[in-house]
Ligand binder design. Structure first.
Ligand SMILES: Cc1cc2nc3c(=O)[nH]c(=O)nc-3n(C[C@H](O)[C@H](O)[C@H](O)COP(=O)(O)OP(=O)(O)OC[C@H]3O[C@@H](n4cnc5c(N)ncnc54)[C@H](O)[C@@H]3O)c2cc1C
Length: 434
């Protein structure tokens, strides 16, 4: 049987998920193209010679309620490459108000944790839970801020949760998208909120096992392959230009564009200008400090290997072997700041947060570090940008879209990217035209 060629362009997690899924089929020949030398896109790890450590492009946290992520990890046999405390445990420090607590959700759907002072957000009042109901019921026009209720539940949990999940301020962030995140996490109970992250790095968990499986299933992977143009003939893509070479797309063949949103907008603009794509972006700042690999932390932060920070610049501090990494979401607001000032202020916060739970004091002098500022970490999850997200279908019956910016109902996350990749893979074999 002649195989249908499926050209998947973009080797981030959306493209990899589509490739893993389609390369299983005996009637499909997958060819994956990626412009950079390595795969993984925004979710990759690399060796940093200056730090002499392997670091993630950005710290990534996954929750057990991310069904598409675990389906993908299961397919590529990499579920065991993740680690975590195994509990829905989130240690927090409030630097402004000098408080420390451990949010520990009860595993089942009924939120027993709300009735235990030592498991919940300190100083929270029950009427504040109305915010969750408002998020779940929000219409397409509401922002997260429209739904929040003043109080510590918002300040110490819902706001930081929303800013991390949407990578957008609460004033601008879409309540509809945040409602979806709440539905696939808190509403599933603690069972859906167990945090996981890679034992070694993002590439070791999400990329390398996928690459091996795609190759094993007969898929072809071409790195350093940059798409510059799609060409249309008779309502179909008939060829595309890759590294100045013309690649023919046969009558039975298909193209999945799994590019970053800003590149997809340029490429699609030439062939289907009516398809809108998110075009405003937020950045994420990550700072990786090289520390003693034998550093010992005590208590819940040791169990969780991360801590949430309220009232500082840092939002999450991850403690990995030999590296302390900090994440700041929606970081466009810091664009004017000197990098060294940020690195120094954030290190002071790290010392303040970790000193009470660390066996050997951290050095006061700022350690060797790497600042990574991903300028287009995600589209801004506003009401307006959410309306610009296209479905995976295009006006051409052999062209499909994937990427965290496609309309998945979720913000730009690994779950959204993988869901879109699987979605495009399914659509290829159930074609329809929009
Ligand atoms: C710092 C940071 C922290 C994050 N933290 C989290 C988190 O904690 N939890 C979470 O769930 N999500 C998180 N995310 C979001 C998550 O990483 C993304 O949603 C996901 O990786 C997007 O995958 P993608 O395949 O849609 O896009 P991308 O990863 O952008 O993949 C697109 C690929 O297309 C390639 N490409 C571009 N142009 C061309 C071209 N012309 N030809 C060929 N190839 C091309 C790119 O090189 C890239 O590899 C974070 C993102 C960042 C940046």
């Amino acid at each position: 049987m002649a195989k249908k060629h499926i050209h998947i362009i973009g080797g981030g997690l959306a493209g990899l998920a589509a490739a893993v899924s389609l390369s299983q089929r005996s009637d499909a020949q997958v060819i994956l193209y990626e412009s950079s030398p390595s795969l993984g896109g925004r979710a990759r790890s690399f060796y940093d010679a200056n730090l002499d450590r392997t670091i993630d492009n950005g710290n990534h946290l996954i929750l057990s309620g991310n069904d598409a992520v675990f389906k993908y990890l299961n397919l590529i046999d990499a579920t065991n490459s993740l680690t975590g405390s195994g509990y829905p445990l989130f240690p927090f420090v409030d630097l402004e108000e000098g408080k420390r607590w451990d949010l520990l959700l009860s595993k089942g759907r009924f939120p027993w944790w709300l009735f235990f002072a030592k498991h919940r957000v300190p100083d929270f009042k029950f009427p504040e839970l109305l915010a969750l109901w408002k998020l779940l019921k929000a219409d397409t026009q509401k922002t997260v801020a429209d739904c929040l209720v003043n109080g510590q539940l918002s300040r110490r949990l819902l706001q930081p949760f929303a800013v991390s999940a949407l990578n957008t301020s609460c004033d601008a962030g879409s309540a509809l998208l945040m409602g979806s995140v709440v539905r696939q996490s808190l509403m599933k109970g603690g069972k859906g909120c167990i945090p996981y992250f890679p034992k070694i790095g993002l590439s070791e968990s999400f990329v390398q096992p996928a690459v091996s499986l795609i190759a094993l299933q007969g898929g072809i992977i071409n790195t350093k392959s940059r798409l510059s143009e799609l060409h249309v003939q008779d309502g179909k893509i008939d060829y595309f230009i890759m590294n100045n070479n013309k690649i023919d797309v046969g009558p039975e063949d298909t193209v999945i564009l799994a590019l970053s949103a800003h590149v997809a907008e340029q490429i699609l603009g030439a062939v289907c200008p009516k398809v809108k794509v998110p075009n405003q972006f937020e950045s994420i700042l990550n700072l990786h400090y090289a520390v003693d690999p034998n550093l010992r932390i005590k208590g819940s932060i040791d169990k969780a290997k991360f801590v949430g920070v309220i009232g500082g610049i840092s939002e999450w501090i991850f403690v990995r072997p030999g590296v302390i990494s900090i994440t700041v979401s929606a970081a466009n607001r810091f664009t004017g700041c000197q990098h060294e000032n940020l690195a120094s202020l954030i290190w002071q916060e790290v010392c303040e947060v970790l000193s009470p739970v660390i066996e050997t004091p951290l050095p006061q002098a700022i350690p060797n570090h790497r600042l990574l500022w991903e300028k287009r970490a995600s589209f801004v999850a506003t009401v307006e940008q959410n309306h610009r997200r296209p479905s995976c279908y295009t006006p051409y019956q052999n062209l499909f879209l994937a990427g965290d910016w496609v309309a998945t109902g979720l913000p730009a996350t690994i779950e959204g990217a993988i869901r879109s990749g699987f979605g495009a893979a399914e659509a290829v074999f159930s074609s329809k035209i929009v």
